[in-house]
Design a protein around this ligand. Structure first.
Ligand code: NDP
Length: 253
């Protein structure tokens, strides 16, 4: 089996694992944020944890482009820019905008996040730098690339706006929770998760690749069950929580 075939096999395996995680995460909620245990055996500062956990997405992906740059054409560099737009924000801006961020993050959450972002960074990086499909310059005019990029941009915008609205619910070092209101939250409890899912579905389409598909599946696997958990948590914590709101998809779920 040559390198590209082995790479494809691993990427399909990673996509398959996402489906298993999708089912499992309806029964297990990752213990960070509002589900953090009161006492933790091993922990790091949550802001530091977020930076460390998300950095491989920037660095591993970036190193692939540095090492195998001869394999990359104009379309690859546009995709590189989309990915890095999201991950530079997630790794180096978002963590510092969190409030109540001095709280602890369990080391197990940090480690599992590190593994996740390293694998995704590598698979997506190498998928665009010679081990995946070819991306000739005219890929930029392909309908899949154009539709995927539009979806990516729409999801990214929604994710950023909804994260910003949530972060503004707190002032100073306050760590409690409020009911979010406003147009983004009129229909769903977790518009930031909806934005993220749309964004990576757009990525899967724009790259038309197995690593892209795997990452989109993993994102949905992580965030759909968590949106349901958040939604239930809101109903439990706030008896007057807007009853018409859904968890993730307006009118549906
Ligand atoms: P949450 O929506 O749980 O929280 C986002 C931030 O807002 C946190 O700082 C949280 O504080 C705060 N917050 C949330 N709700 C309230 C509220 N009602 N009142 C006050 N503050 C609130 O998102 P996550 O922390 O799970 O994820 C952060 C980002 O990372 C999201 O954009 C998400 O899409 C993305 N992500 C992507 C994944 C993927 O697989 N691609 C996986 C996980 C996350 P606190 O932390 O104290 O709860």
């Amino acid at each position: 089996m040559n390198g590209a075939a082995a790479f494809r096999l691993v990427a399909w395996g990673w996509a398959g694992l996402a489906l298993v995680a999708f089912a499992g995460l309806f029964f297990y909620t990752a213990p960070y944020g509002r589900y953090r245990a009161k006492t933790l055996r091993g922990s790091v500062n949550a802001t530091v944890g977020w930076v460390l956990m998300e950095t491989p997405s920037v660095v591993v992906f970036g190193v692939c482009f540095l090492v195998w740059r001869k394999e990359v054409g104009a379309a690859g560099w546009v995709l590189f820019t989309l990915w890095q737009l999201h991950y530079v924000n997630r790794a180096f801006v978002f963590p510092f905008r969190r409030r109540g961020g001095g709280q602890a993050m369990a080391v197990t959450v940090l480690l599992s996040g590190l593994v996740f972002t390293t694998i995704n960074g590598y698979l997506n990086g190498r998928g665009l730098t010679g081990l995946g499909r070819d991306y000739p310059a005219n890929w930029l005019l392909d309908g899949r690339f154009i539709a995927g990029s539009v979806l990516f941009a729409a999801g990214f915008t929604l994710n950023l706006a909804a994260d910003r609205a949530l972060l503004r619910l707190r002032t100073g070092d306050e760590a409690g929770y409020r009911v979010p209101h406003g147009r983004l939250f009129r229909h769903v409890s977790c518009p930031n998760y909806l934005g993220e899912i749309v964004e990576w579905a757009g990525w899967a389409l724009a790259t038309w690749s197995v690593p892209g598909l795997a990452f989109a599946l993993w994102t949905a696997a992580n965030l759909a069950p968590r949106a349901r958990a958040h939604h239930r948590w809101y109903h439990h914590a706030f008896p007057d929580y807007p009853p018409e709101r859904r968890a993730l998809f307006p009118y549906l779920f």
